[in-house]
Design a protein around this ligand. Sequence first.
Ligand SMILES: Cc1cc2nc3c(=O)[nH]c(=O)nc-3n(C[C@H](O)[C@H](O)[C@H](O)COP(=O)(O)OP(=O)(O)OC[C@H]3O[C@@H](n4cnc5c(N)ncnc54)[C@H](O)[C@@H]3O)c2cc1C
Length: 397
Amino acid sequence: MRHHILVLGAGYAGASAAGYLARHLHPNDVRITVVNAEADFVERMRLHQVAAGRTPRRRGLAEMFAGTGIRLKIARVTDLDAEHRVVTVAGESGTEELEYDTLLYTLGSTIADHGVPGVGEHAFHVAERTAAERLRRRLDTLEPRGRVLVVGGNLTAIEAATEIAESHPRLRVALATTGEPAGWLGTKARDHLARAFDRFGIEVHEHTTITKVGEGEAIAANGKVFETDVTVWAAGFAVHPLAADSGLAVASDGRISVDRRMRSVSHPEIHAAGDSVHAIDDHGRPMPMSCASAGFTRMQATSAIIAELTGTKVAKVPLSYLGNCVSLGSRDALFQAVDDRARSKAWALRGWSATRFKAGVLQAVAWTMGHPTYGLPTRRRRTRRAVSADVGKVVAD
Ligand SMILES: Cc1cc2nc3c(=O)[nH]c(=O)nc-3n(C[C@H](O)[C@H](O)[C@H](O)COP(=O)(O)OP(=O)(O)OC[C@H]3O[C@@H](n4cnc5c(N)ncnc54)[C@H](O)[C@@H]3O)c2cc1C
């Protein structure tokens, strides 16, 4: 019986993990199944661009995994029975139960509504493809001088506000945030950001916490009422409740608690990576939800799985956070480097060089995701179990 590795989610962490495992484990010993809700790979890092009217290249997962031996299932994961190692999925052909020997959990995240009433009913967001497309359709229907309020002050809110303001110059775009927009930036980067907001005519409301979203309005804790045609909720990400509901040990934010190998501390046959994992970096801090973290945690999880199955040494992947790259429309950006205590350095890349840097990152990531196995093969290792079964057979012969 081949060892069954089930990968939940085919985003930045899951798709590349499946490809890496297929490239390094022998297909006679291991079978790999990937379950994903969408048939396409979704470049989440471009979803604010999708909302603003740009159309990134489509990448079908079936095409990405063709010839790799990876089995793809387009279905939604609805339940995880971690005690019996069974995952329930619902797809076009109905509900199905999938058993696994090793599970890699990479279901990503969605918006965090922070319990604010009305967000689910009245706000738009860019955390998922369908939501970004819905926002795009709505923006296209607005009259000149229509009002857009972006709620949030971190990377996604800034990227969404600037991209929408650039692509829809006749709309009035405002941003409301609890503190200052990206208050953690160094002085030079913050000044650059303020100039970009000015250039786009984005009205910034600092120290303004939105506590209710209604039809055509958003209400702040200080009593201020924003009349809006569109409220875009971009106040952070939260994980799906599935991991916590299944009895896995999770941190207070619902992310899966793991050891240094990205193994669940409660269920060692389950590994996690990407936004779903509560990984502690090499300086003792929880890693932020980001594409870079998805890359590092994915590499660590797959190295551990391969080592555990083949009996080799687990490679220690450095876990750190180098900085944040934020686009400010299509022709401006910022890259803020951080030190090993996550404090912004005085130095920041700004303007054209940061725009080129960000474009390069997006292109490189998109290429990597489009080629998850780099065309196979490399050395595909035998599992310990298969090797000892072969030895047993030879001895018996
Ligand atoms: C607009 C936007 C801009 C961003 N910009 C940046 C940036 O500039 N830099 C950066 O580092 N990060 C950025 N991020 C964050 C980055 O996209 C995430 O950190 C990254 O996507 C995490 O990767 P992941 O593989 O964990 O999750 P995802 O990429 O979200 O993949 C999860 C996968 O699981 C699937 N899935 C979810 N639930 C289910 C289910 N129940 N059943 C089956 N499948 C399911 C999803 O369809 C998806 O394919 C941005 C995010 C957004 C939304």
